[in-house]
Design a protein around this ligand. Structure first.
Ligand code: MN
Length: 326
């Protein structure tokens, strides 16, 4: 049993009121998988639990068990306890929520702290593995096939299906236990990776046309213009994971995707690193955050050129600080 889980487990065991579990906007596999696993578990424990998100569940996550129960936020309701998962703070929900007590379960470096009931471990491969530890500390016999699938989905996607550097012996220990409890690795993989639409393929094709290299090939990036979504009949959530294309190039250390968000007047940046560069430092200087290998931020700029210039300046600064040269 993990001692760090005790305060939160004790609090939830005693909880009589409503508990809202929420994720960041544009949820990924870890955010939704973690939220759904905790929600299903708390319901099993007889708690008055709810799960909410600003955005609707995207196509690539619609296989997550019971995801149709996700409430669209804001819903105007008051909840006694709010638990945000896989997020640096409640601001990442992207919407106002009315909750009494705020709690955070997360594996991002830094971020907001709400008190002794937070369960934060930047060394965890995924938020889903923290939810797993929490459930294990309370009642491991409650892990059924649905809960195991939710946790597995989060763990698998945040580790690039057990290939990224956060994949360790521990990651496999957790995965093994989840498979034992009914998670099906091939099913989850197929749901994530083999359900693309033709429209998404056409989006990828347009996006790859924007691929550019910088710093003699150490840095590579793509730009996803808002018009691309309209032209291909896709939507913002289809941009998830496209940053892995520039990252997959030989010699690239830092990869990025610049995504136009005209409704917010910003360019959303996804940053990825392969081995050494700590992209969380780049994202932090631009007002965002994340992990060493995967981070994000938003840049307020009128044009793609301006946003790119600001981003490249910070990337170069980080390469200089870490003395990374071709
Ligand atoms: Mn995560």
């Amino acid at each position: 049993m993990r001692e760090e889980t005790i305060p939160l487990v004790e609090l939830l065991k005693e909880a009589k009121g409503s508990v809202l579990i929420l994720t960041h906007e544009n949820p990924d596999g870890d955010a939704l998988g973690s939220a759904m696993a905790l929600y299903l578990f708390l319901k099993k424990k007889g708690k008055n639990a709810f799960v909410g998100c600003k955005d609707r569940v995207p196509h690539f996550l619609d296989f997550i068990p019971h995801c149709e129960e996700v409430i669209s936020l804001p819903d105007g309701r008051y909840y006694d306890i709010g638990i945000i998962v896989d997020s640096a703070g409640f601001y990442r929900a992207g919407t106002e929520v009315k909750v009494g007590k705020r709690i955070r379960i997360d594996h991002h470096v830094g971020g907001e702290f709400y008190g002794m009931h937070d369960y934060i471990d930047p060394k965890a491969p995924a938020t889903a593995s923290l939810v797993y530890e929490l459930i294990k500390s309370w009642d491991c016999s409650a892990i059924d096939g649905d809960i195991a699938t939710c946790i597995y989905a989060g763990l698998a996607t945040d580790t690039g299906f057990f290939r990224y550097s956060n994949t360790t012996e521990y990651t496999f220990d957790v995965a093994r236990d989840l498979v034992k409890h009914g998670a099906n690795p091939n099913y989850v993989y197929r749901m994530f990776s083999e359900r693309e639409s033709v429209n998404k393929m056409r989006l990828i094709s347009k996006v790859l046309d924007t691929l550019s290299l910088y710093e003699e090939g150490l840095v590579a990036g793509i730009t996803i213009y808002d018009r691309f979504f309209k032209e291909t009949g896709t939507e913002y959530s289809d941009s998830e994971g496209l940053v892995n294309y520039p990252r997959s190039l030989e010699g690239v250390e830092v990869a990025f995707a610049l995504i136009e968000k005209p409704d917010e007047g910003v360019w959303k940046v996804s940053l990825r690193s392969k081995v050494e560069v700590d992209v969380s430092k780049i994202a932090e200087r631009l007002g965002g955050g994340g992990h060493k290998y995967a981070s994000g931020c938003k840049i307020k700029a009128k044009s793609q050129e301006k946003a790119l210039e600001m981003l490249l300046a910070e990337i170069r600064k980080q390469l200089d600080i870490q003395k990374i040269r071709v």
